[in-house]
Design a protein around this ligand. Structure first.
Ligand code: NIG
Ligand code: ZN
Length: 425
């Protein structure tokens, strides 16, 4: 029997605890609806970890027998406890803003046309290149702190607003500082293949030499500096062709990086097939997807990451999440937080969009933005479920029914955010 320990906290008698008990791997099909709900349940945190979860009556009996005696009790009656959200696709390190484009788009301009004319991603590249590392860090820290207040404690962060060696390294260093200095749980991705930069747009030869630079200069330097866990490519109309993307992905694999792919956002551009061929950890966006492409993702064990905030902001179709679940593809949901196509910071609200737009059920959306997202980042044994031994990253919701996250999407239901046993928001 364990005695009282300093730093023991009991979150007691919650109306629902969503444990997500079940398989440790990515979940697909009906498994995505299993939340492992305990009613009238208590959860015990010791130091940074989850130590115990079970019926409140059992907790009381064990406490009377002397266990958990020193626990600090935090009454959670009428509340829901669930794993903190995991955001597996963000571009949250950038400088400046694109508020002017928001107004242009609302008055009828098209995102792809703005990009082709030298705005869009290229506007953020100019602003990010011009920022110092400390400016970039300050702006990104404010942003990620707001995102955490909305419920996410774990983030994937991509580069891709540098598109030249030093600026790409700077973005990734800032992402690492958010992890090492500010304590966020972060995985980083080199997305040097996000767009062809202005200086490489004059000719086919300049374009080819930029791709060569990604393969022979930027990716090797990023790996050498230990700054990235993944590589990513924007394989789509107006960005990189299937052949160009394949070249970058092959080089990344040779350098020891795992892969994520921006795929099929604007059309059937080969990105999803490529993600399957290269057995990427995830294929993201997927607004346009055939039965064959869904089957290829399933066979290759690729997680489909949905970004419904982007569909809302760009007034594009929503990815068919229902068809992906029915096809047995593990689904994750992310914010895609970026300066242009989706600056939404509230992943809890995006879960609502995943249901209303992509037709996931509330339970599927929660599994997608917790456990499946964590597994896609290689963090399934740290976060994403409420099980003893995992980090104590969890949310206290101001409701007694988890479905309110979707029913009242956008309302401030995330009352407390805990990360590694500390209340952080
Ligand atoms: N689609 C490509 N990249 C980002 C958009 C970046 C931007 O507009 O700055 C996305 O995932 O939506
Ligand atoms: Zn993206």
């Amino acid at each position: 029997m364990t005695g009282p320990r300093p730093g023991t906290i009991a979150l007691t008698d919650a109306a629902q605890v969503l444990t997500l008990a079940g398989p440790a791997g990515a979940r697909a099909g009906a498994e995505m609806r299993e939340l492992g709900i305990l009613e009238h349940a208590t959860l015990v945190i010791e130091d940074k970890k989850l130590a115990w979860v079970g019926a409140h009556e059992q907790f009381t009996a064990r406490r009377e027998a002397g266990e958990f005696a020193g626990a600090q009790v935090h009454d959670c009656r009428g509340k829901v406890l669930m794993p903190a959200l995991v955001d597996p696709h963000t571009h949250l390190v950038w400088a400046g803003d694109r508020r002017d484009e928001l107004e242009l788009r609302l008055r009828g301009a098209d995102y792809e046309e703005i990009f082709a004319a030298g705005g869009g991603i290229l506007s953020s590249v100019r602003q990010t290149r011009a920022a110092s590392e400390d400016q970039l860090y300050g702006q990104s820290l404010a942003r990620i702190t707001r995102m955490r207040a909305c419920g996410a404690t774990t983030f994937e962060i991509k580069s891709g607003y540098g598109l030249e060696l030093e600026a790409e390294l700077r973005q990734l260093r800032v992402a690492r500082r958010l992890r090492d200095e500010a304590g966020f749980r972060i995985k980083t991705t080199c997305l040097a293949a996000h767009a062809i930069p202005e200086e490489a747009r004059g000719s086919e030869a300049a374009r080819a030499s930029f791709i060569e630079r990604i393969c022979e200069q930027i990716l090797p330097a990023v790996v050498e500096a230990g700054l990235a866990d993944y590589a990513d490519v924007f394989c789509d109309r107006g960005a990189f062709t299937r052949d160009e993307a394949a070249k970058v992905l092959a080089r990344a694999v040779a350098l020891g990086l795992e892969l994520r792919v921006h795929a099929n956002e604007f059309g059937h551009t080969g990105g999803a097939e490529l993600a399957a061929e290269f057995r990427a950890r995830s294929a993201d966006h997927l607004l346009h997807l055939s039965d064959g492409e869904r089957a290829a993702l399933r066979e290759a064990g690729v997680t489909a990451t949905l970004l419904p905030g982007t569909s809302l902001v760009l007034a594009k179709p929503y990815a068919n999440g229902r068809a992906l679940v029915e096809a047995g593809v593990p689904v994750a949901v992310a914010s895609d937080c970026n300066p242009g196509s989706c600056a939404l910071e509230n992943l809890a609200m995006v879960l609502g969009l995943a249901c209303y737009g992509c037709k996931l059920t509330p339970a599927e959306a929660i599994v997608a933005a917790t456990h499946n997202a964590a597994v896609s980042l290689g963090l399934g044994d740290e976060v994403g479920r409420l099980a003893p031994g995992l980090d104590a990253d969890l949310l206290v919701l101001e409701t007694d029914d988890y479905r309110d996250l979707v029913y009242h999407a956008g309302s401030p239901l995330v009352r407390e955010v805990w990360s590694r046993g500390q209340r952080v928001a």
